[in-house]
Design a protein around this ligand. Structure first.
Ligand SMILES: Cc1cc2nc3c(=O)[nH]c(=O)nc-3n(C[C@H](O)[C@H](O)[C@H](O)COP(=O)(O)O)c2cc1C
Length: 611
């Protein structure tokens, strides 16, 4: 049957909870395009009478031009006996909630409805019995389709989602294992640990996850270059093939050494590297370096010390230093507090610029982290084009994290504005800040005070006596002399060179004492030393508050129920569901508000929906 292109339409109104919609009905069929959407009944009725008047005028004229009544075309028609689920009924919404279920949105019996697409083309579709207009169609959207598929394929995971490293083993072996067992990627938090402790984690993870991917953190240590080099050596020795490089302000030799070690061409002539770097950064000038080939002078140095052959060195200009980049927006820990909405497109544009220059066979992928802890933020990240997403703060609040129950309880009570910037222990002298929890601890204030004193005085002895006593009483809880003795014994074990430096440089000595307080404040929190609760240093970003708001009154409000996989899969499921809702709404079809409320699901349930 030849379908007419245009129809004369009869105006009619349809109403859901919030809005009035004006539709045009054509010889018994409702056409898809909405001519009116309003919350005002008065406006809706005015529209209706206007339309009736013009219809009457046309009928009196007995002729019309095509353009006078152009309804939006239906995108297809279904047989009149097709099973249509009522649009406004929660039971029908399962079809949308089930990510793998494609559905048509139709207009039937003067109301909207849903038709589950089962893959068959109904015979009647082409007959005159096809009287149900389809006004929109929604494809399946498995959560595994979110982000860049090649990220999952390259790293051997199901979902483009990774749990970021958290220092001192807060991102613990158990956390990395939980991520690996759920088709995600997890990074162990090596920062702040000595080599022995990192090696123990390597042993544990290679034993627990023999066939699953995982990675280790490589945090830039400007104050301890030897530690950075030794950590790289350990990773190379132990075949750790994936590192998350963070806090780098510039490229270093150990980092380059890790990336290019073992570089070769495969049988197909493609340049391959056994080792991969995911670089986490928030500055354009740093991004430029990671999106470019490793610097030549480092390659020359590696050749001169026999680490690379000449042939290998030539291949190094054909790869970017980092295959994956995380644009790290406002996050817990080290952060420049950049808004994700501006940072991501900037880094993406930079990638395109660099790719145009270097024409790598595989361009670097850009993911997004910082602020992601809910389905909404994850959906926004993927919608912007993030190849993958990264979470941190929300994982610290999980039972697998290597922190104390006390900290988990504090994180469960954290709200959006309960975070503040405070001087960082590792880059104290450089004036670098980290984002920490403010509520329930005085750490941020106290650390800021110490930095102020460090800036203003050349030695502990120069600090006015009143201030000195206050610090001894409140923060150090011992004299400066005793604190220096403790600090010295720490460095004796870690790097005795620091003590030598302090001997000749009283300002450095002051920095080491203050850094010792900052460092121990993180340990007190991690161990749950309640006698030092007021000094707890807890890295935390605003994403924690957003998460708590989302899960309020659900089982995930309770700290003991917070598990890395349950949270990650809920975020992923919710993000995919929201993207489906967006798609429907982008077709001009409004959704019942209740449908869009995403409540956290128990693990079994979310796995069902993800199937
Ligand atoms: C407690 C904590 C410790 C962190 N430690 C590290 C670290 O040692 N190395 C690192 O690369 N990132 C670290 N991060 C950053 C996370 O890996 C992640 O990139 C970040 O938390 C994501 O932002 P979000 O906190 O808004 O989720 C830490 C974050 C937190 C909350």
């Amino acid at each position: 049957m030849q379908r007419p292109t245009y129809f004369i339409s009869q105006p009619m109104l349809y109403r859901n909870n919030r809005n009035w919609y004006g539709y045009k009905k054509i010889s018994g069929k409702i056409v898809s395009k909405k001519s009116l959407r309003t919350t005002s009944k008065q406006e809706a009725e005015a529209w209706l009478s206007r339309m009736r008047v013009s219809l009457k005028a046309i009928e009196e004229r007995q002729s019309f031009s095509d353009s006078e009544f152009l309804p939006g075309p239906a995108i297809g028609w279904l047989h009149k006996d097709t099973q249509v689920l009522p649009y406004d009924e929660p039971e029908s919404w399962e079809a949308i909630k089930n990510l793998n279920c494609p559905v048509h949105i139709v207009f039937n019996d003067n109301r909207m409805g849903l038709v589950v697409i089962n893959g068959e083309i109904p015979e009647a579709m082409l007959s005159s019995d096809a009287t149900i207009p389809i006004i929109g169609s929604l494809a399946a959207l498995p959560a595994a389709n979110l982000g860049d598929r090649s990220f999952c394929d390259d790293h051997g995971i199901d979902y483009a989602y990774y749990t970021g490293a958290m220092a001192n083993g807060i991102a613990s072996v158990e956390m990395v294992e939980a991520a690996a067992n759920s088709g995600l990627l997890g990074f162990f938090g090596s920062g702040g640990l000595d080599l022995g402790e990192i090696e123990k984690a390597i042993d544990a993870l290679t034993r627990k996850c023999p066939d699953k991917p995982f990675g280790f953190n490589l945090i830039h240590s400007p104050n301890e270059p030897k530690l950075e080099a030794d950590t790289v050596q350990l990773y190379l020795d132990r075949n750790i093939r994936l590192v998350e490089a963070a806090a780098f302000l510039d490229v270093t030799l150990p980092l380059v050494r890790y990336r290019v070690s073992g570089i070769s061409r495969d049988d197909g002539g493609l340049v391959v590297t056994p080792n991969h770097i995911i670089a986490k950064l928030s500055r354009e000038e740093v991004a430029e370096k990671f999106l470019s080939p490793p610097p030549e002078h480092f390659i020359d140095e590696l050749v001169s010390i026999g680490e690379l052959s000449r042939e290998q060195a030539e291949l190094c200009s054909l790869i970017p230093l980092a295959q994956d980049i995380v644009a790290e927006a406002d996050s817990g820990g080290h952060t420049d507090n950049r808004p994700a909405l501006t940072l991501f497109p900037t880094i993406l544009a930079l990638r395109d610029k660099k790719q145009a220059v270097f024409n790598f066979s595989q361009p670097s992928r850009i993911g997004l982290g910082g602020g992601i802890s809910t389905p909404w933020s994850a959906a926004a990240a993927y919608a912007m084009g993030a190849a993958f997403i990264v979470t941190g703060s929300v994982n610290q609040a999980c039972v697998e994290s290597g922190t104390s129950d006390d900290v988990r309880a504090m994180l469960a009570g954290t709200r959006q504005a309960d975070v503040a910037m405070a001087p960082a222990a590792d880059m104290f002298e450089m004036g670098v800040n980290v984002q920490v929890l403010k509520r329930g601890t005085m750490f941020a204030m106290r650390a800021a005070k110490l930095y102020e004193l460090y800036r203003n005085y050349g030695a502990v002895e120069d600090i006015p006596a009143v201030e000195r006593t206050k610090i001894e009483k409140t923060m150090l809880r011992c004299s400066f002399e005793e604190s220096w003795a403790d600090t010295k014994s720490f460095w004796q074990h870690r790097d005795p060179g620091e003590i030598e430096r302090a001997k000749n440089n009283p300002k450095h000595k002051m920095a080491l004492i203050f850094r010792s307080y900052l460092g121990r404040a993180a340990v007190w929190a991690q161990r749950g030393d309640v006698s030092r609760k007021i000094d707890y240093q807890i890295f935390c970003g605003p994403s924690m508050g957003a998460f708590n708001e989302w899960v309020k009154d659900s089982f995930l409000a309770i700290p003991e129920n917070r598990k890395v996989a349950t949270i990650a899969l809920n975020i992923l499921y919710g993000a995919a569901f929201l993207r489906r809702c967006n798609y429907i709404e982008n077709m001009g079809i409004s959704l019942p508000e209740n449908l869009k409320k995403i409540r956290p699901l128990e693990l079994g349930q979310v796995l069902e929906y993800l199937k």
